[in-house]
Each structure stands twice: as C-alpha cells, then as structure tokens.
Design a protein around this ligand. Structure first.
Ligand SMILES: NC(=O)c1ccc[n+]([C@@H]2O[C@H](COP(=O)([O-])OP(=O)(O)OC[C@H]3O[C@@H](n4cnc5c(N)ncnc54)[C@H](O)[C@@H]3O)[C@@H](O)[C@H]2O)c1
Length: 459
C-alpha cells in the first residue's frame, strides 16, 4: 500500500461526499482538479461472499481493469475459501469473518456478494471502515433498510455501485439514447419478463456433500433472520426463503426495473399491485414461482404517465422470450442486453372513415354530406401515413456489461467520485418498488409509494 495514494483516496472521497444529493438522484459532477492515481497504483479489492456470483463478480472485476487487484475473500463455507486459493492463488487472504477484511487498511474496495439479508449490514460496516463498496442487487432486503444505507454512503463519502450490470451494456445505453430522443413518442406502457423452466434456474443449486455445522458458520449465516436449526437447503438455496432472499421480485424484477429506470430516467412508480402463486416448485420454498406485478408510473418532466407489467414464471414450459418492451405513441423499443429493435409507427392526423366503420351504415345522402365535411377538415397532407420503420441494434462484439459495470466503479474510486451509474439512491429507487411487489403479493393489497421521497405512502 502506498501511503500517498491512501491519503489521496481519503481526501478526494471526503471532498466528493459534498456532491451527494439530498433525495433526488442528479448527475454528479466530477471535481475537476483531482489528482489521478499514478499508473502503477492498484485498487486492492476483496470479495465478501464467494458463491456463484461472488466468483463471477471477482472475475469481472479483475477483467475490468489491470488496476484492480484481488487480494482477499471472506465466506462462511470452508469449501469456497479452499476454492478461492485453487482458482485465484494461494496468496489470497481468506477468512470466514468479513470483519477481518474491513479491518485491513490495505484494502480499498469490497464486493458484497452475500445473500440479500446481509447486504445492508456489511455495506454499512464497510462504508464506516472507509471502504469503497460494490454491493450486489437488490441493495436491501427490506424497504425500511434503504435510507440508512444511503445515509451511510453520504456520510462516508466513498464510491458505491450496486450490481444490476445490464445498465452498463451498449444495448441499454442505445435504448436510453433512442427513448430520450423521443423516437417512440410519449411512453404509455412497459412490459418486461424473465421466465425460466429448469431446476437450477428455479434456484435449486447443488449442495456439497460435506455441508455441516463444522464446515460452515450457520449462526453467522442466519444473521438477523430467525434462529432455526441447521438446514443445508436454507444455506445453499437461500433464495427460496424470505428470511434471506427477496423472491423473484428482488432477484429478477430488480434487473428489469433498473433497466427501465435507466432508459426512461424515471424515479419510480407510485402504485404497485401483484398477483402470483407457488405453482410448480413445491419443494419447501415460501416464495411464489409465478409473479405478475403492475406498477403505475406518474408523469414527470422526463416521461408521461405509464403502466409497467413485470413477470417471472419459473414454470413456463411454453415459449420463452425474455426482454423488455417500452411502448410509446410513435413506436416501441424491444431490447435485451445484447440487442434492440426499434419500430416506429406514427398515426396520421386524419382518422379515416369507411372500412370497418359506422360510415357504411349511414344513408347515401348522409355519407355524401359526411365526405364533404371530412375532405374540408382533413386535407391531403393530414392523411399521409409515415412508413413503418424498423431499426436494429446489435451490441458490439465483446461488449462486456459485467466488466463495464466494474470499470465504472473502479474509475469512480480512482477519481474519488460518488457518481457511479448505479449509486445507492438510484439502486434504492429500483429495489424498493420490487420489494413492494412482494409486499403486495404477501399482504394481498395495493402498495402506494412516493418515488421522490422514497417512502411508503398510506394512500
Ligand atoms: N447481478 C447479477 O446478475 C447477480 C446474479 C446472481 C446473484 N446476484 C446477487 O449476488 C448475491 C449472492 O448470490 P449467489 O448466487 O452468489 O449466492 P451463493 O449462495 O452462491 O453465495 C453466497 C455466499 O455468501 C456467503 N455468505 C453468506 N453470508 C455471509 C457473511 N455474513 N459473510 C461472508 N460470506 C457470507 C455464503 O457462504 C455463500 O458462499 C445475491 O445478493 C444475489 O442477488 C446477482
């Protein structure tokens, strides 16, 4: 660790804390005269939670920039710590206790890739310990945890990025450009889904044969969840239980809504209603495997009022087409992380008559009279139909959203800036409505949300 760089990181992040906005996410300005980290400097990072995504994130972080150096890992299951040394090298520091990582002064950033119920606790502790934080989605397990994470971030003045990486893909950026340029007119409807039909896709991940209270730290895993006897399914398939996970809404809707907020610039919905069921995977889980939610978005300076329908069906044995479709008054845009299709279609001013229309039922004299009036009201130029246009976009080969998302994080760490693409305010505006989708499902009621103040509302 280079002392000068440490002071540098400390000073610039404190200064940039001043840039944190109060409540509404605004683009952050980068402080102009910041000293850059010298090219030889590394950003040393550790990963807390070395499961499936912890490994994927670690690889993405390493790939994102040569300046990122993976130095330490924490996990509660010994097998995963052994695996860290097998894959990344025997010199990587490993521990069951994430606090040992937060105590280390030579670590600049942590990746928090634990189950959802640990996100807020470790994030706040890490920020307090002066670490820059990359936290997986959803940022919080419960709605009432959001503001304390945002406050901790502002107080610490450290860089924080949340992990819905699709917003760092070329395709989502193109979608944003097109929608914000008005290519589809006024938005009135959005739908997005993420269906699956396979056991692993339905979160039934493999359980190691040596899983026991000796090889893993069960008590710490439980954290703030109710104390229950050891159950390897709860540890390795935690998504199936509300005590640790956030169901299909927190796991998958959150990616969909994050994308829509990124593309439209929306702050969030004001009314949320869900319906669903546990239809197929009746394996002891306490969350639905089919969930449909309707979210009503109010008009803002950036978009008109629209409805969004989100769906996950883990028992879709029919055709599966997972994408997001944003429909407007002049066309629609359909996109995934890899490509998009924009269809433009604009109605002429003249409404037309005849065909399947009441005109044909009028008397002959009334039809004549009607036509005279119509011709006077709608001259030729108001009848012209613009040709339907289709514009396709393919992400450039090698576009790597995961690495891009980390590069954005590390670039901001280097600059000491809080202005990541998915900062905690933006991330909470995505997490809270999807947690409200669960609230609506479990409590069987409409949930009202204030997207500006980021608070639940009674009405
Ligand atoms: N961005 C994405 O595309 C994406 C994809 C998958 C998962 N995720 C997110 O990543 C997170 C992890 O998911 P996963 O599939 O990797 O889960 P996983 O079960 O494979 O791994 C979680 C790991 O966290 C460890 N852990 C639990 N509590 C801990 C604690 N207090 N301290 C240290 N380690 C702890 C466990 O031992 C486990 O190895 C979740 O929040 C999930 O939503 C994001």
């Amino acid at each position: 660790m280079h002392p000068t760089r440490r002071n540098f990181l400390k000073n610039v992040t404190a200064a940039s804390a001043l840039l944190a906005t109060n409540g509404i996410a605004k683009p952050f300005n980068i402080i102009k005269d910041l000293k850059k980290i010298s090219p030889n400097d590394k950003i040393r990072f550790a990963t807390i939670g070395m499961g499936i995504q912890g490994n994927s994130d670690t690889r993405s972080a390493i790939r994102s920039t040569p300046e990122a150096e993976f130095v330490a890992a924490a996990d509660l299951y010994d097998g995963r710590l052994t695996r860290v040394k097998e894959v990344y090298g025997k010199d990587i520091f490993t521990t069951r206790d994430y606090r040992q990582i937060l105590d280390r002064k030579d670590i600049d950033a942590v990746l928090i890739v634990t189950p959802d119920h640990w996100h807020d606790h470790i994030t706040k502790a890490a920020l307090k310990a002066g670490k820059n934080v990359y936290c997986e989605k959803p940022m919080v397990h419960h709605i009432d945890e959001g503001h304390s994470v945002i406050d901790a971030w502002k107080k610490a003045g450290k860089t924080m990025q949340v992990g819905s990486q699709s917003v760092s893909s070329a395709s989502y950026k193109e979608a944003k450009k097109l929608v914000q340029a008005g290519e589809i007119g006024e938005i009135n409807f959005v739908e997005s889904n993420n269906d699956r039909f396979n056991s692993i896709g339905a979160w039934n991940y493999s359980i190691p044969t040596d899983a026991s209270v000796d090889t893993l730290d069960w008590d710490t895993f439980l954290g703030d969840a109710p104390k229950v006897p050891f159950d390897s399914k709860r540890f390795f398939r935690w998504r199936n239980y509300r005590d640790y996970g956030t169901g299909v809404a927190g796991d998958l809707f959150v990616h969909l809504i994050t994308g829509v907020h990124f593309v439209t610039g929306s702050l969030g919905p004001e009314r949320i209603l869900s319906s669903g069921e546990l239809s197929y995977w009746k394996d002891g889980r306490d969350v639905p495997d089919v969930l449909v939610s309707i979210l009503d978005y109010p008009k803002t300076d950036l978009h008109s009022k629209f409805q969004m329908v989100l769906r996950v069906n883990f028992a879709n044995a029919g055709s599966i087409k997972n994408n997001t479709r944003i429909v407007g008054t002049e066309g629609q845009i359909e996109f995934t992380q890899n490509n998009l299709v924009l269809n433009k279609k604009k109605l002429p001013k003249a409404p037309g008559f005849a065909g399947y229309d009441s005109y044909n039922t009028f008397s002959e004299s009334q039809q004549k009279e009607f036509k005279i009036q119509y011709d006077a009201q709608y001259p030729e130029d108001t009848r012209r139909v613009e040709p339907v246009k289709e514009i396709k976009f393919e992400a450039p080969k090698g576009d790597d959203a995961d690495a891009n998302h980390f590069r954005d994080f590390f670039d901001n760490v280097k600059k000491g800036s809080l202005g990541t693409i998915e900062d905690p305010i933006f991330a909470f505006r995505a997490a809270a409505p999807v947690l409200a989708c669960n609230k609506s499902y479990f409590e069987k009621k409409i949930v009202n949300w204030d997207p500006v103040e980021m608070k639940l509302k009674k009405k």
